[in-house]
Design a protein around this ligand. Sequence first.
Ligand code: PPS
Length: 367
Amino acid sequence: MKTGMKPAADSAHKYQRLPKVHTTHNAPTDPTSTPPGQASRCPKLSRYKRIGAVFLVVVTLVLMGVTCLQWRQPYMASCLQDPVVRDALMAHETRKGGMGHLRYSHTKRRLPQCLIIGARKAGTRALLYFLNLHTQIQTAGREIHFFDKHYEQGLEWYRKQMPFSFKDQITIEKSPAYFVEQDVPGRVYAMNQTVKLLLIIRDPIDRTMSDYLQIMDNKLKRQKSVIPFEKLVLDEETYEINRSYTAIKRSIYVRHLQRWLQYFPRSQFHIVDGDNMITRPWEELSKVENFLGLDHQITHDRFTFNTSRGFFCFRSAQTEHCLAEGKGRPHPVIDPYTLKKLKEFFTPFNEKLFDRVGRKFNWRHWM
Ligand SMILES: Nc1ncnc2c1ncn2[C@@H]1O[C@H](COP(=O)(O)OS(=O)(=O)O)[C@@H](OP(=O)(O)O)[C@H]1O
């Protein structure tokens, strides 16, 4: 037998397993036509080829997935780095109350190493939103209010509310109520004495108005009646500033900061200029990057001014990302008497603040 020729018995055996080819008994045998066995072998071979190709594709995908995607029950980890995709993943997670199933490989939930403590209505959301553009920052999507409302749940509960982060990433949570609530500084200190604290403040009169508008908006949503700004801000009898009005109390920045400074040194705070955050956010974010020891990623070119909103938004690919509609409400004009009283009221507090933090702010309502 010649080398390479299959033994007759072998071939016969192979053919035996092939499907029958229907031929007419009387048809003459054409020596050039395909033998019955071969005619049925072709479809068999191409099916194997197809299976082989599918197998190869699957193996390639699995190999790619091993480097990028890992299944680790019950989590799915991803190596996608795009902040928008990351936002979507993390938003998905937040929607599931922080118990989501999506996460990157080699990540875990960590207690925040940095907190945005306030001030409410001074641009805390914009600060967090834009900081999230940095690849070394992970932000908790919603306000957790751990130190003011949920402290009894314990630190482990708090940790579980945090986004997944890599070891070299900084987790940031913001709850503006932290700045004004009595017990919070001590509780934060008990968690981490070296935590970095971000405080954003804006012109206190603008903040008071913004707070008032927020409070009224909440009232409207509950079908409650709206009270004029002047009526709330001024004492009904004396026509002096109503010191017990919440929106006023929250704008006395120095009073709240003093409480924090009893626990943390000034060097552990970075104060963000909320007014500059509106007009030149990249400048403020660059200073925060310095404070956090991060490289500069949140640069001017990431921003785009949205004329209809009147605020900066950030650009990712071709998409513009702006803050929710509730941010950036138009402020009504304050009547001259109330405005004068507000300026007089806040001036000494502001001066004390500038003295305490060693820095002046260029606020528009200034005596
Ligand atoms: N880029 C951008 N887009 C929209 N809004 C911006 C932005 N930067 C700063 N701000 C200002 O943020 C103010 C709301 O502050 P907060 O986010 O701290 O409010 S809250 O306490 O979380 O409710 C909000 O206050 P109002 O203008 O009074 O609504 C804005 O002035």
